[in-house]
Design a protein around this ligand. Structure first.
Ligand code: GRF
Length: 223
């Protein structure tokens, strides 16, 4: 079974979805440690409630990002972690971590990459006027939200959406796809071919969406 370390900085609803999916046996993985850069992250309390080991590594205690990541990689190794899941971890991952866990770091991003990498992406999606947004689980590489894509989920952007309403709709999907991606990695079901991540023996994706809904076939004739 794959042994994971989850890195957090905040609320930890994605961490919670991974914990819940493991406990419900929808995701076969074991969380060995949850590490935060912020001592006040609520995610730490969520982990403690489930008896999961927690650690805090504060940025002030390290002179450089690389020194921070050397400590981080060491602690993850000490806990026997084989896969690192970033779940709202608000720090840039350096080469030090990428070399310690090559193609073994994943992230969840609240937009349909490669659109809207970076921060405040729900606001950017609304302002741009896209009709769909969603979320992406991807492997982490040395760019910003640029690594090979594992799973995406799509949600409509509604005309009256605010950042809060769209974020909530996206977050609900994050909680579905992140544990699934971890499960697929743990089961060895994914093959990485350059930028493409291929699911072995997976079901065919079906269906299509449009927004606003197209009514020409439903109407048959128009007045
Ligand atoms: C999520 O929107 C995730 O996509 C982004 O950071 C947020 C973390 O939320 N990377 P939470 O701490 O898991 O509730």
């Amino acid at each position: 079974m794959i042994e994971i370390g989850v890195l957090v900085s905040g609320n930890g609803t994605n961490l919670q979805s991974i914990i819940d999916s493991i406990e419900a046996r929808r995701c076969s993985a074991r969380i060995k440690v949850v590490i935060s850069n912020r001592p006040d992250a609520y995610a730490l309390k969520r982990a403690e409630k489930h008896g999961i080991a927690t650690e805090v590594i504060k940025k002030e205690d390290f002179p450089t990002r690389e020194a921070y990541d050397t400590e981080l990689a060491g602690r993850l190794r000490k806990h026997g972690v084989g896969l690192v899941a970033l779940a709202g971890f608000m720090r840039i991952i350096t080469r030090t971590m990428l070399e310690a866990f090559p193609m073994r770091i994943v992230n969840i991003h609240p937009a349909l990459l490669p659109s809207f990498p970076g921060l405040d992406v729900q606001k950017k999606a609304i302002e741009h006027g896209v009709k769909f947004s969603g979320c992406t689980v991807h492997f982490v590489d040395d760019g910003v939200d640029s690594g090979p894509i594992i799973i995406q989920a799509v949600v409509p952007v509604k005309d009256d959406d605010t950042v809060e309403t769209l974020s909530k709709r996206i977050l609900d999907e994050e909680h579905r796809i992140y544990p699934e991606a971890i499960h697929l990695i743990g089961e060895g079901r994914l093959q990485v071919l350059g930028r493409r991540v291929v699911l072995k023996d997976g079901p065919e994706p079906t269906g299509s969406l449009e927004n606003p809904p197209v009514s020409i076939f439903a109407d048959k004739t128009r007045p």
